[in-house]
Design a binder for this molecule. Sequence first.
Ligand code: SF4
Ligand code: SF4
Length: 234
Amino acid sequence: MDVFDRSFLDRMKAGLDIDLAGAVAVGDTGSPELKRRVSPLMPTARSVVVFAKEIYQEVVGLLRPSSEAGQAHGGDLLPMHTEYLNGRLNRGVHELAAYFRQLGYRSLPLPAIAPTDQRFLEGLLSYKHVAELTGMGRIGWHSMLITGQFGPRVRLACVVTEAPVEPSPSSPGGSCTGCGACIESCPAKALEVPGNGMAYSMNKFSCRTYRQAGLTCSVCMKVCDEALTAGQRA
Ligand code: SF4
Ligand code: SF4
C-alpha cells in the first residue's frame, strides 16, 4: 500500500494553488476527539488533510468595528474575498478527493463552509482543531487558528480519506501571545480571557448576533494580525 508522504502533499499544494497543507492520522494513536468526530463521517478513515488559503492583509487591514451610515466601507470587501478563497479551497479538496478515489481510497471533501447546526453553532468538523493537530498553527484567544506564515488570516477546508497520508511535522511559529488586543477590540464583547487549560472563551452567539446585524466584523482577526506583525518587527 502507498503512503502519501510530505512531498506528495507539497506537490498537491502547488498544483492546486493552496497556500498551506497538513495531514493528521485518524487512528488509535491519534487524537481520540478527532476519531470521535471523524468516525460518523467515515468509519474507515485513516487521515484528514487540511488545506489553507491566505486571506489578504490588504483586505483585512480595511476592517473597522463600525461604519458611519451612508458610507461605503472597505471592510465589506471581506465577504467577496472570502467567497473567492472558499472557491479555491473547495476546488482543492474536491480534486484531492477525486485523486484518492481513483486509486480506490474512499474520500470525503469537506468544503470551506462546513455544514453547521445553527442552534448550537456546531460545525460538522472543526477544521481549526484539525489544523492545530497537523501543526499548522495554534488556536488563539479569539478562537481562530494562528498560523506561523499568515497569522490568523486563513480559510480552511479538509478531506477525510482512507488514504494513508504521512502526518505533518509541527511547523514553527503561530501562537497566541495573550496580548488581549482581540478581547479589547471586540465590539460585541464576545471574547474573554480564557480560564486555565482553555484555548479561548467566546460567546459565539454574541458574535453571530453582531454580525447578523449586517456588519462585516472580523476585527479580532485584524488586530491580532497587526499585533503579531508588530511583534515580528520589534
Ligand atoms: S468577529 Fe465576533 S469575536 Fe471577532 S471582533 Fe467581531 S464580534 Fe468580536
Ligand atoms: S490578539 Fe493577542 S490575545 Fe488575541 S489571539 Fe491574537 S495574539 Fe492572542
